[in-house]
Write a protein that binds this ligand. Sequence first.
Ligand SMILES: Nc1nc2c(c(=O)[nH]1)N[C@H]1C(S)=C(S)[C@@H](COP(=O)(O)O)O[C@H]1N2
Ligand SMILES: [Mo]
Length: 430
Amino acid sequence: MDSEQSARRRFLRDGAALAGLAVGGIPSASAQTPTPETPAIPPQDARAYGERSRFETAARRPVGGKWNRLLGRATSLTPLQDLTGIITPAPFHFDTAKGHPPPDIDPREHRLLIHGMVDRPLIFTLEELKRLPSVSRVYFLECASNGAEGRGLETVQLTHGKTSCSEWTGVLLSVLLKEAGLQSRASWIVAEGAEVSRHTRSIPLRKAMEDIIVAYAQNGEAVRPENGYPLRLVIPGWIGNINVKWLRRIKVVDQPHMTMFESTQYVRMKPDGKSRWFLFEQGPKSVITSPSGGQRLPSRGFYELSGLAWSGGGAVRKVEVSTDGGRTWKDAQVQEPVFRFAHTRFRFPWNWNGEEVVLQSRCTDELGQVQPTLAQMSELWGVNLDYWQSDIPMKEASTSPPYAAPTINFNAIQSWKVTREGSVQNALFS
Ligand SMILES: Nc1nc2c(c(=O)[nH]1)N[C@H]1C(S)=C(S)[C@@H](COP(=O)(O)O)O[C@H]1N2
Ligand SMILES: [Mo]
């Protein structure tokens, strides 16, 4: 047992800090919490909260699918082509909200309720959560529909921009659940967000007891409003949709609640017409971000290829790069340290001879899972290659029975073609 663990055990056994929370059903220890001072007027001074150089123009990009248009709010995509290393600065973190602008939550008013099949229902204020043992971990967060905006689109931002990676800080959900006391039939949790539409998802209790974080910080500062301020779930390696933002309630239950997003969306139809539900784990995936679609190589000669790899299976073990359309593969250098369930930066030295070439990357994770080609994915799903090009499945999926969204969990190898003129183009379908 490492010292961190034994300290936590002691903490929980002694229950000193938590004792006040557990008395009398649904207490809140706010009376014992130092009252936060009234926030000062937000500083307008750029030296109080820094701004980037006015010459920097990288930006998130809104996309408006039918779903977003219906609900009146776009998803913003991370400009992967403009980023280096593995951390996504919070202002670039992709951001989805199913229908509403981020709720404007006063952290002093916010509460997290834990109830259901527990011995002691609990309510936590932010201040109380921040007194508990915390962890900081680097994890990617990827929407299950990353790429569904259009796989043949021009830039890596459009094809892959619904993944980001942050250092998240918060309390392990297992700490809170143990404090509440799990009853024997408990096997799922249902997590609920605080926005008007109350985004709600069921999550297996096993994962909750393993590594889910109730996060209040992102890259060292408070979680951004769009990303869940003041509190969100971070669920390593599993689809974005269950990482409930603006978290206000966790109910411990003995079966999933079959909420709208788990019974009509994020469901995969198989060729036999039956659906697979609760596909949580993201597959092994990678993409070259530099050079990538829409960019131009000014001349032949040396370039460092660079990109990102990640997998819901755990750590990225190997990234290979092909500069000849997949005929031969060589190992790329992988940036250390490699974190489990995190973006992993790879780099590959390359000399462009001025000929037309196709650049690809391929991820292998710690489970030995290898990122598939588009042909392999098609075989697995029992569909033709042209299936991936049409946007009909996603559109019809959200508006007509059987409400199945077959365009989720897409992780095929991406191809970028460099033409003789040096322009880089999406070659996934060529
Ligand atoms: N409360 C709430 N949580 C939510 C959502 C939402 O609309 N409301 N969107 C989900 C989806 S679909 C994804 S992909 C992730 C995205 O997290 P981000 O917006 O911080 O990138 O949040 C998930 N959590
Ligand atoms: Mo999503």
